[in-house]
Every structure is written in structure tokens, then in C-alpha cells.
Design a protein around this ligand. Structure first.
Ligand code: NAD
Length: 295
């Protein structure tokens, strides 16, 4: 927190107007959080259905807040009217920051980032919400990498306090300062980390999940491990349920990235439970079946 304060004092650019690329699970959540905290946001996708779903989800979160007495109808209208859903690139003109949250594919992200830089003003900041792709590799798609860094939110965005701000080799201090200040404005706790596979959280999380998968191979029941971690150890959820929430396919993709980054510490194991569930199209809560069965 001390460091966050130091950076935010140095902030040279206040974020007053944001844009989010991708209206999926993360983009929709980031757009909602920005609007809720008073920063109007353009939410851009290439599919109208995604935009409709993003707005619907924002409406659902707000309705729950109204039911709990945490917001009133006026706030609900204000928040929803501060999100501008669009299919048009031109809508990005004039924003202070663009948060890229499109699919986790380096080629798609590369094209989107280059196109974004060609559309926005020279001083606009561009960040990526990537979970696994190197920030320095993504920065190569930009003419001015000093205005670029990672801004990694966690799912669900409106509930999870942490945001990892990943500083690339060429990211400027001003960019880091402005992004830290924006994260604080969104009510989040930013931490500034260096670019490496897994950043900070996934470097801690994936060895834990590898330990969990190793115990399953020894014949321990996954539900029993969840029960111990939740009820006795006091974590909000155990590793099996967590993998279902994150998405088994996403978790499997992350294990591959971690294995490439740290081959001796986290070697790839095709025979582990997460890889096998992913191969059987059991993606967790998103398709109703993972470790557990849903719906
Ligand atoms: P998602 O599939 O729910 O949403 C991606 C959206 O991007 C889709 O609506 C798609 O139509 C849109 N899109 C694709 N190409 C586009 C383009 N050229 N321009 C604009 N929109 C485009 O994915 P998600 O889970 O929201 O993940 C998005 C990013 O966030 C990924 O980089 C992912 O690694 C990262 N992330 C995900 C999580 C998670 O738990 N799901 C957590 C942290 C970070």
C-alpha cells in the first residue's frame, strides 16, 4: 500500500474516461466497476450478443446491490448510463485509458493493441488484462511501449480487491503511476510486479494446484481436500471448487504456461486431474461440469 501511495502521488495523468475491449466475463466486470466508481466507460466488442450480455450482467449486479440496500434506483440508472456499449473502434477516441480484455490469444491481442494505438490519442494509456502472456511480448505490437503495462484483475471483478499491475521493461513511471491511481479509484488494491510467467498470484496459486493434483493421484478424494481447506483451514473455497470457478480450461492453459516458464519446478503433467478434465471438455462452472456437477 505504501508503494501504491508513492506511485499515485507521482501520477501525471488522471483517468477520467476509460474504454474496455471485450465485453466478456472480465471486460464486462471491469466496465461495470469503472462506471460504478464514477469513471464513464466505453465497452467495445466485436459481437453485439457479448455487449448485450455485458450490460445484462451489470444490471444483475446492480439489482442485487439495490436489493441489499447498497445502491438505489438513481445510482443504478447513473451506472448503466455511464457504460457505452459499442462495436465501433472510433468510440475509443479521446479516452484516457484502454483496458484490453479480449480472448487470451497473443495474435488476437497483438492486432487489437496495434489497432488501438492507431485509434487513440498519443497520451492515452493502454493496458492488458492478460493472465499469462508476457507483457514485454505484447508491448512489441506498440510503437510506444512506454504507455503500456499489464493490469490484471481477478474474477469476479466487482468482488476481488487485488489488481496486479505488471511493469514491462519499457513501461514508464508515469504510466505505472496513472494505472495505480486508476486501480485505487476503482476501489482496488494494486500491487506493482515485474513481468514473469504467472506474475505474482499465479506463481503462488499453481504450485498449490499442482500439490492438490499430486494428492489426487495418490488417491485422495477431491471433495475431502476441499472440505479441509474450507471448513478447517478457513479458505473461502478449496482447490477443486476454485478450479471450477476459474474454469478448468483456463487453469489447464495456465499450467502449460507455468511449465514453460518453470520447467523444473512445475513440470507439465498430462496425467493430472486438471489436464484430464480439460481434455474431457469438463470446463467447470462455465459449462456446468468440472470436478463438480452444476445445474
Ligand atoms: P471471454 O471469452 O469471456 O471474453 C472475451 C471477449 O472478447 C468476447 O466477448 C469476445 O467477443 C471479445 N473479443 C474477441 N476479439 C475481440 C476484438 N478484436 N475486439 C473486441 N472484443 C473482442 O474471456 P474472459 O474470461 O473475459 O478473458 C478476457 C481476458 O481476461 C483474457 O486475456 C483472460 O486471460 C483474462 N483474465 C481472465 C480471467 C477469468 O477468470 N476469466 C481472470 C483474469 C484475467
Amino acid at each position: 500500500k505504501g508503494k501504491a501511495k508513492k506511485y499515485s502521488k507521482a501520477a501525471s495523468k488522471e483517468i477520467k474516461h476509460a474504454a474496455v475491449l471485450g465485453a466478456g466475463i472480465m471486460g464486462g466486470g471491469i466496465a461495470y466497476q469503472s462506471a460504478y466508481k464514477g469513471v464513464p466507460v466505453v465497452m467495445k466488442d466485436i459481437r453485439q450478443e457479448a455487449l448485450d450480455l455485458g450490460m445484462k450482467e451489470a444490471g444483475k449486479i446492480l439489482s442485487k446491490a439495490v436489493q441489499r440496500g447498497k445502491a438505489d434506483n438513481a445510482k443504478m440508472i447513473k451506472v448503466l448510463s455511464s457504460i457505452t456499449p459499442t462495436l465501433l473502434d472510433d468510440a475509443l477516441k479521446g479516452v484516457d485509458i484502454v483496458v484490453e480484455a479480449v480472448v487470451e490469444n497473443p495474435n488476437v491481442k497483438g492486432k487489437v493493441l496495434a489497432q488501438t494505438e492507431a485509434t487513440v490519442g498519443d497520451d492515452a494509456i493502454i493496458v492488458s488484462n492478460t493472465s499469462t502472456i508476457s507483457i514485454d511480448a505484447l508491448a512489441k505490437n506498440l510503437n510506444d511501449p512506454s504507455r503500456f503495462c499489464g493490469m490484471h484483475f481477478f474474477n469476479p471483478v466487482h468482488k476481488m480487491p487485488l489488481v496486479e499491475i505488471i511493469r514491462g521493461e519499457k513501461t514508464s513511471d508515469e504510466t505505472v503511476a496513472a494505472v495505480v491511481a486508476y486501480a485505487l479509484k476503482l476501489g482496488k488494491t494494486p500491487i506493482v510486479v515485474n513481468d514473469c510467467p504467472g506474475f505474482l498470484v499465479n506463481r503462488v496459486l499453481f504450485p498449490y494446484l499442482a500439490g492438490f493434483a499430486g494428492m489426487l493421484k495418490e488417491g485422495v478424494d477431491f471433495a475431502a481436500i476441499d472440505k479441509v481447506m474450507e471448513k478447517q483451514f478457513g479458505w473461502p473455497m478449496g482447490p477443486a471448487y476454485l478450479s471450477d470457478v476459474v474454469g478448468i480450461d483456463t487453469a489447464d492453459h495456465c499450467t502449460k504456461v507455468m511449465a514453460e516458464g518453470f520447467p523444473s519446478r512445475m513440470p507439465r503433467d498430462e496425467d493430472n486431474a486438471i489436464a484430464k478434465l480439460a481434455a474431457a471438455d469438463r470446463y467447470g462452472q462455465k459449462n456446468g461440469k468440472g470436478f463438480y456437477q452444476y445445474g
